[in-house]
Ligand binder design. Sequence first.
Ligand code: PMP
Ligand code: GLN
Length: 401
Amino acid sequence: MKPTNPVYTGIDTTVFETMSRLAMAHDAVNLGQGFPDVDGPDDIRKVAATALMDGPNQYPPMLGLPELREAVAASNKRFYGLDIDPHSEVLVTSGATEALADCIFALVAPGDEVVLIEPLYDCYLPLVKQAGGIPVRVRVTPPDWTLDADALRNAFSDKTKVLLLNNPMNPTAKVFSEAELRLIADLCRRHDAYAVCDEVYEHLVFDGHSHRPLMTFEGMRERTVRIGSAGKTFSLTGWKVGYVTGPALMLDPIAKAHQWLTFTTAPNLQRAVAYGLAKDDSYFTGLTQDLMAKRDRMAKGLAELGFSVLPSAATYFLTCGIEGLDLGSSDVDACQTLVREAGVAAVPVSAFYGDDAPTGYIRFCFCKKEAVIDEALARLASFLSAGHANPHSLVQRKLAE
Ligand code: PMP
Ligand code: GLN
């Protein structure tokens, strides 16, 4: 038989799926894959349910329901002061993942260089490779995730077609500083590169700060697309509704890529997301306040157990150093040990890097109920205090008593 496409053949299943399946197999508390354990607002789900029953349930327009495109444009104005034409500058997709594929396939031709900042969200590299692009990676590393300005400058060349930026960033929970964004914008302009900004965590920014899209920097409006996800903004990750906002000249080929990937997205979900985006400010501040309380609860507990908890300025995630905890020789080992023996699933940070990855850090997802966070901490405490001799089954038995 002829070989199938090497971009997809023989590669590992994504770490999120792997850890979620392991968590199920070991009856572990799943703090690996990033998803909330309560569903998003009732009113949004009711709009979706009503729209499902009332219909129509036929193909919506390829660019997305007009009401959702208008809501996306309006929220760009409301949160970032951006004037977006809903008819030519917004595209609705089946999740941010599809949006990323549309953008990369539409902008990158074989041989084009794509600048990426490691750690990388799982789909970035395969998508760039599938497009025939040449990935040029710059790396930020724990514990401070600082972007090296010279390394970034060196990554850009006249062959750079696209810079792909994830801000706020998974798994680092980093929000890029104004100075870093200014440098990135400057390099994009100087090298005539497009920017594709994965901003799915735009509304999950903590401690009174707010997100500033790269698109708002001087000269970037015409060369940047930004990607949002209703999954993150409304705690409905299974819905897979995303949106791309950008100048018509970029959006046109992106929409053509979309027309042959999914063409469209479930109409009832689009209607409900349009309703959600118009929610008043208290929804958005309530979301971050709730997440901050969970973040702080988990961070405190993990620090007390001896994890080196790094700051989390945004997202669903806490990254922790595991040095001194005797959890194995690497982050991968540590996650295997924790899921099998402590009954808690996390994700190894090395999974987000290529070769020579840092191997001393693991990522915990904190968007869970308080009782679930406490249960995970209790399991970790029991496991660590017993010098690892106390299998998870014992903890469970104790809790059941
Ligand atoms: N980008 C990043 C950085 C993510 O963490 C995720 C996962 N939530 C996605 C994209 C994918 O989002 P969606 O579920 O909307 O496809
Ligand atoms: N974005 C989620 C995470 O980082 C996972 C999404 C997925 O599994 N595709 O954990």
